[in-house]
Design a protein around this ligand. Structure first.
Ligand code: ADP
Length: 594
């Protein structure tokens, strides 16, 4: 192992140990104490075996045997009591604290990850690996250290016994250890390669299993009998795993075979060597048994001690995955210094200057050289066919993505100069694929816990604007009704249109100066949609309001309508002027409304 590599491993291991100590202060000292205790049974067994056999064969001192048994009994009981307390009382809670701390470290990193990263498979792989590994890997590191320590103590004890009784045996043991350590280290590398080769298929397997248990997918799966497709997908993944395992099986077979042969050869060599000594009466029967046992224990102890390095290499490789996620450098989400602003401030204008955006995996710009000024008090609708780039434009406007070219500013200040959370706090937005959560209607609207009577008023006002108040009044628990039956037997199931109204209510429960609705009303009937948009327009007079909709009838009263195509603004004006132009917007309108 090179010096740098050793330093890197040392750093990784100490970092994870520090995280464990932060989570559970006494875990490491108590594990170390347990390791010391765990080393004793090996030594006690050798002593008892030798003493009993010597008494049987040549009548050694009975008192010394009773002494050994007495001390052994005391140690065994102490170890048993300590282990029971450690495993059943201390470890269960300590494991939970470690889980809480480490998962929180990973979870609190997630908000700092740019949306762009989620578009990459590489990120998903690294994220899955990190979340999957972090708890178990931390505990495994501790277990390895504990095993090493207890083996090391046994090793010192057993080596002293051997040196005292028959020092030549040490040579056999050393030979055995060197060879088996070499094999173990080669095998560890192959284990890691095999794990990495399977990670994508394991991810697909997780996805299929999610599809089978998450309610969101059930309707489509049932109606289209899509189950068979995913069962086949699952089988395909298993087929791939067979292929991957086949690629590695000969290597594993080879290493296992060599390890087993080596062990058999070692034990046979010991028996032969000690048998000859016994035959020539150079050792007693007790010493024969004790030494044979000691040699095997020593072999195992040294082998385990030497596997410390391959094990640590493996741990370090996995810790690298965790660090890859924790060290992720965001371009947007960590803009934590900068100009502050707050949502009670009036926003006059948002300006897009020559804005272009290209996804990392697309060859062409999805947004192309867009120049747009959106002023408060003038409502804006963005229309266009699917894939025109409307949502991507919105994601740039709320700084989920940064333009590849050009700049966006709010009241004359470049977005990049604002602290990101301050900038985002200005936007009340409903995405096409918004989410509602299995919690109360009130919390879903406030996006925090409802606490005061003022909060209740905010919720009801917002429900009135979005048109859901009547429905919520009819529910026995009103705004405290929990959505879905996932955690509550009495949970309510809302229709698609009602859920959309709930999401819309969110943006009116706070005083956002900028409101963006990205096709939020697709499940509403055209008349309700038209009325809702007019209501929203009325109360957003002082704000910036941007609505994306496919239904041109519903947005025809908006002050400015932007017809978007292939990432470009093709037409812009109010409804009447665009109809007069009689181009793409007019064509789309007549197709829908004639
Ligand atoms: P619209 O909202 O007008 O329907 P979008 O902005 O959602 O259009 O998408 C515009 C184009 O960008 C589409 O061709 C779509 O396939 C592509 N696109 C959207 N999201 C991504 C993404 N995360 N990665 C790569 N391409 C994307």
């Amino acid at each position: 192992m090179k010096n740098n590599e050793a330093k890197h491993i040392y750093k990784n291991i100490t970092e994870i140990l520090k995280m464990i100590t932060d989570a559970s202060k006494f875990r490491i000292p108590l594990v170390l104490f347990k390791s010391v205790l765990d080393a004793f049974p090996t030594l006690i067994n050798i002593f008892i075996m030798k003493s009993v056999l010597d008494i049987g064969s040549k009548g050694s001192n009975l008192m010394s045997l009773l002494g050994v048994i007495g001390i052994s009994a005391f140690l065994y009981i102490t170890i048993a009591l300590y282990n029971a307390w450690f495993n059943q009382k201390f470890k269960v809670h300590s494991d939970l604290c470690i889980k809480e701390h480490l998962q929180s470290v990973v979870y609190s990193k997630i908000p700092q990850i740019d949306l762009e990263a989620y578009d990459s498979t590489e990120f998903y792989t690294s994220y899955t690996k990190a979340v999957k590994e972090i708890n178990n890997r931390a505990i495994s590191v501790l277990e390895t250290l504990s095993t090493i320590l207890s083996n090391f103590i046994s090793l010192i004890g057993v080596a002293s016994i051997i040196l005292y009784l028959q020092s030549e045996l040490i040579l056999f043991v050393i030979m055995y250890v060197v060879l088996s350590t070499f094999i173990a280290s080669r095998k560890t590398k192959v284990v890691y390669q095999a794990d990495m080769a399977q990670i994508d298929d394991n991810r697909k397997m997780d996805y299929v299993s999610r599809i089978f248990y998450l309610k969101d997918y059930i309707k489509d799966l049932k109606v289209f009998n899509f189950y068979t497709y995913f069962i086949n997908c699952f089988k395909e993944v298993i087929k791939n795993l067979h292929i991957i395992k086949k690629d590695f099986e000969n290597k594993f077979l080879f290493y296992d075979f060599i390890q087993n042969i080596l062990q058999v050869v070692f034990v046979l060599a010991m028996i032969t060597f000690l048998g000859i000594k016994l035959f020539f009466k150079q050792i007693t029967v007790g010493s024969f048994a004790g030494l044979l046992n000691s040699a095997q224990s020593l072999g195992n102890a040294i082998q385990q001690t030497f596997t410390f390095f391959p094990d640590m290499i493996q741990h370090s490789m996995y810790i690298d995955n965790i660090k890859e996620l924790l060290d992720y450098k965001s371009k947007i989400e960590t803009t934590t210094h900068g100009k502050k602003t707050d949502r009670n401030k009036h926003v006059h204008v948002i300006e897009l200057q020559n804005v272009s955006y290209r996804y990392t995996d697309t060859s062409n710009n999805v947004i192309n050289n867009v120049n747009l000024t959106i002023k408060s008090g003038g409502t804006v609708a963005i229309v266009g066919y699917n894939g025109a780039g409307k949502t991507t434009l919105i994601k740039n406007i709320v700084r989920l993505y940064d333009p590849t070219n050009g700049k966006i500013s709010m009241d004359g200040t470049n977005y990049k100069e604002y602290e990101i959370s301050a900038l985002r706090s200005m936007f009340g937005i409903v995405f096409q694929d918004f989410q509602c959560f299995a919690t109360s209607i009130a919390d879903n609207i406030l996006l925090r816990k409802l606490e005061t009577p003022e909060d209740e008023k905010l919720v009801w006002d917002a429900l009135h604007i979005s048109g859901l108040a009547e429905k919520v009044k009819s529910l026995p628990k009103g705004i405290q009704s929990v959505l879905t039956k996932e955690f509550d037997e009495d949970g309510v199931i809302l229709s698609g249109g009602e859920i959309q109204k709930l999401a819309i209510a969110r943006v009116f429960a706070q005083n956002y100066p900028i409101i963006i609705l990205d096709e939020p009303t697709s499940a509403l009937d055209p008349i309700s949609e038209f009325e809702l948009f007019n209501r929203i327009k009325e109360i957003s007079k002082e704000k910036i309001l941007i609505i994306i909709s496919h239904r041109l009838y519903a947005i025809r009263n908006m002050d400015k309508i932007i017809y978007f195509e292939k990432g470009e603004i093709k037409e812009c004006g109010n409804h009447e002027s665009l109809i007069k132009k009689n181009r793409r917007y007019a064509e789309m309108y007549y197709t829908q409304c004639d």
